[in-house]
Design a protein around this ligand. Sequence first.
Ligand SMILES: Nc1ncnc2c1ncn2[C@@H]1O[C@H](COP(=O)(O)OP(=O)(O)OP(=O)(O)O)[C@@H](O)[C@H]1O
Ligand SMILES: [Mg+2]
Length: 387
Amino acid sequence: MTPEQGRKSVRGPAAVSQANLRERVKELTCLYGIAQIASTFDLSLKSKLAAIVRLLPPAWQYPERACARITIDGQAFPTPNFREGACRQTANICIAEKKRGAVEIHYPDDRGMIGKAPFLTEEQHLIDNIAGQISLMIEHEEARTAKAELQKQLIKADRLAAIGQLAAGVAHELNEPLNAILGFAQLTQKSPELPAQARKDIERITNAALHARNIIRELLIFARQGKPGSTQVNLNQIIMEDLNLFAPLCEKAGVELRRIVAPDLPEITANKSQIRQVISNLIVNALQAMPGGGILMLQTSFDATSVRLRVDDTGIGIKDELKDSIFLPFFSTKDVDQGTGLGLSVAHGIVSSHGGEICIENKTGKGACFCVTFPRHPETVTREESL
Ligand SMILES: Nc1ncnc2c1ncn2[C@@H]1O[C@H](COP(=O)(O)OP(=O)(O)OP(=O)(O)O)[C@@H](O)[C@H]1O
Ligand SMILES: [Mg+2]
């Protein structure tokens, strides 16, 4: 009840309705202001919340004594004069039925309010309404960000597909002349009257051609669609085999190997040698990122629809500005003899052709973390779920 309402008998019905009207005008002004801020496109969510919170105290009965705070995901947006008070009114901000924060009005100076009801019923409706509007605004904002992210990924996927086609074409065209170079070089090497220097030079030609053929083979794998020769593959088993292979190298580099495998990991339908190549490429990258030693961790997990592999290292890490480029063919930060920049693009091509995804995960600590997700074989899902 407003003080004006309390003095109903003294001031008469006209004065009371005028006071009520004034309160409603204040509420509407506040809600209108919030709607305007919410629909401003060029403001960030943080700026919007910081602007909205300032509109709240004037809508309450004692604006000069009120202060407000909006909290969302642990981040607070208070009015400049904010102090907590015993007299407070709150409403939760819920998005998708999950509490994400709250709107609060406080009267830090509660002199003269103790024992009285400092907040009106209408004010509880108002604060609930404000929390609802903020929830909607955040929901829209998050949907917009998710859409923009999806568009970015689609553009990247398109670009990768185009590069894949181009790479396949070039690799195909180069394969034939390269085989001729290799064949003739090997033939010439067999000639008995070849001078020693010429033999050495031809050996160099052979080695260079073999290196080029390897690159072309990787390019063709990157560009290949579909998954030839698929079988039921257990990631845990591949990890074991691969790690055995890499163990001596890790020991030499001072890298500790850790393995956390999910028991009863479901099998996936995949081409085993291609999956092995993905894991090897990720392990090699991790080792190259830890020249002074560190920890390499491989971890498998699964849920109802997918099987996941995480490769985690404590190496040099990947700068934010490079994260968009590292899956592109020939993108490398390494010396020419250390990397061609095909490892991750090959891995991306293989994982995509298996209907999966490969991405960099955000990491709090030092190093980089790659997460590979494969879809579970549909039959496996149905069989287990029907048990
Ligand atoms: N674990 C990692 N830590 C830090 N940087 C990484 C890691 N993995 C990849 N990168 C970055 O991504 C780039 C691209 O990796 P990618 O495997 O495609 O090529 P590369 O390792 O440079 O060469 P290649 O694999 O063909 O020998 C690397 O040059 C490196 O900058
Ligand atoms: Mg690599």
